[in-house]
Design a protein around this ligand. Structure first.
Ligand code: GDP
Ligand code: MG
Length: 289
């Protein structure tokens, strides 16, 4: 069986989401749409008898108004290199040179396949020119030209990817992934908000434990503990008049609702546990095996 991680990279509007929807929407077996891990933003997993491909997109949100910052570039690079293949995607009507410069600057070690999207909007000759242009780049292993929106031959799209993917056992059981990991991913979303809202030290000392997950007819009730090591960290997290914890809750709820596609009621508690990192029993309890 061929298995591996495929990461999709490209400027906003290239058509990444449209491509993923197309790949996950049709005939191919979907396991989970909206799963997120710390290292990969998993968008979907496609499993057939012959292969399992874990599709992700890159976490670095690239604002086209700014040039890619060095730091952001490193984040994008490392996320991409965590995968077996990088799909470098662009709108074929967009500036080829500019996209090429961006792709080249990443200096990726993983095999790169360039995906030219929106070919429905250009003439055949222009499409061929684009294919030739990107095929001649040294980082480029293959070029695929598609219309993610209007439809494309998915088998023909997958084939060159499979040629590059390694052989192996599937990473995820077909029926396992969503249920088993829902709580974990909900915890990760909350943790992500702590990273967004607090500086350096706090996020690294905080862990999140989802303590209750109750599916009720109209909403899902989720309770989670944010665990820190010191009272001082607890005060910072809660913030003046509870402002901090409230903001974490608001942001987390939004994303969890998107993730679960359901209304949720989220209750957060901040608790202090001394040196939780060092206590083996505690780590076990919290699922770090
Ligand atoms: P993302 O920002 O890379 O995720 O891009 P999206 O998937 O959100 O697509 C951006 C826009 O381009 C949307 O309006 C899509 O409908 C449109 N789009 C995506 N793929 C194609 C395509 O193959 N042809 C055309 N004509 N439009 C497309
Ligand atoms: Mg998108």
């Amino acid at each position: 069986m061929k298995t591996g991680f495929v990461n999709i990279f490209g400027k906003p509007n290239a058509g990444k989401s449209t491509l993923l929807n197309a790949l996950l929407g049709e005939k191919l077996a979907i396991i989970s749409h909206k799963v997120q891990t710390t290292r990969h933003r998993i968008k979907g997993i496609v499993t057939t008898d012959d292969y399992q491909i874990v599709f992700s997109d890159t976490p670095g949100i690239i604002d086209p108004k700014y040039k890619l910052q060095q730091k952001m570039m490193m984040a994008v690079k490392s996320a991409l290199e965590d995968a077996d293949i990088a799909l470098l995607m662009l709108d074929i009507k967009d500036n080829w040179e500019e996209n090429n410069a961006l792709f080249k600057s990443l200096e990726l070690q993983v095999p790169c396949v360039v995906v030219l999207n929106k070919i429905d909007q250009v003439k055949a000759q222009k499409q061929q020119e684009a294919i030739d242009f990107f095929r001649s780049q040294s980082y480029c292993k293959n070029v695929l030209a598609i219309s993610a929106l209007k439809g494309f031959d998915q088998d023909a799209f997958i084939k060159p990817i499979l040629e590059i993917l390694p052989e192996g056992m599937p990473f995820f059981e077909t029926d396992q992934i969503t249920d088993l990991n829902t709580r974990f991913f909900v915890g990760e979303i909350i943790r992500e908000k702590i990273f967004e809202l607090y500086e350096e030290e706090i996020p690294y000392h905080a862990t999140v434990l989802v303590t209750a997950f109750k599916e009720q007819p109209k909403l899902i009730k989720i309770t989670a503990d944010i665990i820190v090591q010191r009272e001082s960290q607890k005060s910072i997290l809660i913030g003046a008049g509870g402002k901090g914890i409230k903001e974490i809750g608001i942001r987390a709820r939004k994303d969890i609702e998107k993730f679960l596609d359901a209304k949720i009621y989220l209750e957060l508690f901040v608790k202090v546990r001394d040196k939780w990192r060092d206590n083996e029993l505690f780590l076990k309890e919290y699922g770090y095996h």
